[in-house]
Design a protein around this ligand. Sequence first.
Ligand code: SF4
Length: 372
Amino acid sequence: MAYRSIFDASALRTEFENAGINPQFIPLIWKKVLQNPNCKWEEILSLPAAAYSLLNSKFVPLSSTLHSVAHSTDAVTSKLLVKLKSGAFVEAVIMRYDSRKGQYDGKPRPGGPRSTLCVSSQVGCKMGCKFCATGSMGFKSNLSTGEIVEQLVHASRISNIRNIVFMGMGEPLNNYSALVEAIRMMTTFPFQLSPKKITVSTVGIVHAINKLHHDLPNLNLAVSLHAPVQDIRCQIMPAARAFPLEKLMDALHLYQKNSQQKIFIEYIMLDGVNDDELQAQQLGKLLETLEVVVNLIPFNPIGSTSQFRTSSEAKVKYFQKVLREKYNIRTTVRKEMGQDINGACGQLVVSEQDKLLATSTAPLTDIEDLRF
Ligand code: SF4
């Protein structure tokens, strides 16, 4: 039989309960695996005797393996290539920052820099956004809860992860139950991340947004809007046909009313498609009654075959100016393309080159070598 990840929480809890083992031992097991992912079950002392035979027959500490890590030349970003037990690959990206640098006599903050981990939720994605590398792969499979959490376990061996963004491969709200369970695990012992440090990015799966605040209060919601009107959305994001903009905006208003939290809006800037003053005005009007932060993302072409071009810097700046000055909307521009991927969901794809590099012994030195 196929062994399951110890981080497949509901399967583990069910097995423990069926075997009459107290589930209160589960967090201890997770803690030990976090400390040593290669541990043998017998090395975890003080479990009930029945737990060892159950664990040995049905569970492994990790179901995925970290195949390779590629570091950007400035050491800010590391891309993890993770091989699932199915043989498929997903990516997770660590972004290091030290936002309080300078507040302690110019020295780095105590405890060292903190990192954000960009996590994948699916192998591929069925939403098919035309500008997205992952969308070009098509949908292969959902990740299990364990496979999502294991990305954090792998990354925690490399860096001190304090923030999680679900902006890797896949549409997280299309893998809703695994997402919810994974985030619940990440916010409890032994991970204990604050829900306020976790961001879920979606293209706008309306029915799931309607449930999200109830199931996961206090996390951050980011919406990949990318256009202020339905016809442009449908042109660049085919899945938007199923989620009319009007219904999406209703869902966002309700989400904000219930959560009292600002919403992050991701907007990829595509030359001549969605970056004119008209669209800036439409976007401003659409968002002026919400409390949002808009993140304008200069498009990063997916190879030479991309049908889109990057908006000029001047156009991006003017777009930002309209949103800020006319509509008083906090608007940022993602500056470092490529390395700073904390912008929109699904800008990751596992290429054949990635897999080749993953199985080679050559050290990877630059994340840009692996991108798109
Ligand atoms: S942008 Fe996000 S939702 Fe769209 S295809 Fe890419 S991964 Fe999927």
